[in-house]
Write a protein of this length. Structure first.
Length: 174
């Protein structure tokens, strides 16, 4: 299947690998089918969550555990049902979390939404965007020097925040 993408033109994807959001994403409830594009390599972030049916929406996404190794998610019962997780999330559950980035022209001001992760059931490619009950930020600075410049000392537990390559971060610009 060929899809038109925001950042990469036409891309061929395997239709069976599309991620389906039964209720869409926040503010994009009508968009249900997305491709997770990995132009930098399968296990390399950022990745792009691209609508399969339109050029937009398209989101730059990261694995939140790269940013915060203690990151965890807790779903509401209705979200577990949407993902068809009969036993909820356990150690044996095959799920993945992604956080959506906002990449401005000055990419060093990139922030990620740690509060509203996308949770994907990898066994059936169903996904939901959830609001975390934990104390995560909606606009967490991806670059540690941004936190330091803002005088924010509360990110000390995130001292290992990765420094994306300049070319990688620029690739996510609108």
């Amino acid at each position: 299947m060929i899809i038109n993408t925001r950042d990469f033109g036409e891309v061929e994807i395997v239709e069976e690998e599309l991620i389906t959001f039964p209720v869409g994403l926040f503010a994009f409830e009508g968009e249900k089918r997305f491709a997770l594009l990995s132009p930098l390599g399968e296990d390399v972030y950022p990745k792009w969550l691209q609508s399969a049916d339109d050029v937009s929406p398209c989101f730059v996404v990261f694995d939140p555990t790269i940013i915060d190794t203690d990151y965890s998610v807790r779903l509401e019962t209705f979200e577990e049902k949407l993902l068809k997780l009969d036993d909820g999330i356990t150690d044996n559950t095959n799920v993945s979390c992604l956080v959506i980035a906002t990449v401005p022209n000055d990419f060093k001001k990139t922030v990620v939404n740690m509060k509203a992760p996308v949770v994907v059931n990898l066994d059936n490619a169903l996904a939901v965007q959830s609001i975390s009950p934990f104390d995560y930020e909606f606009r967490y600075p991806l670059y540690s020097e941004q936190s330091e410049q803002s005088g924010d000392s509360e990110h000390s537990e995130h001292e290992s925040t990765p420094e994306p390559d300049e070319d990688v971060a620029k690739a996510g610009e609108d």
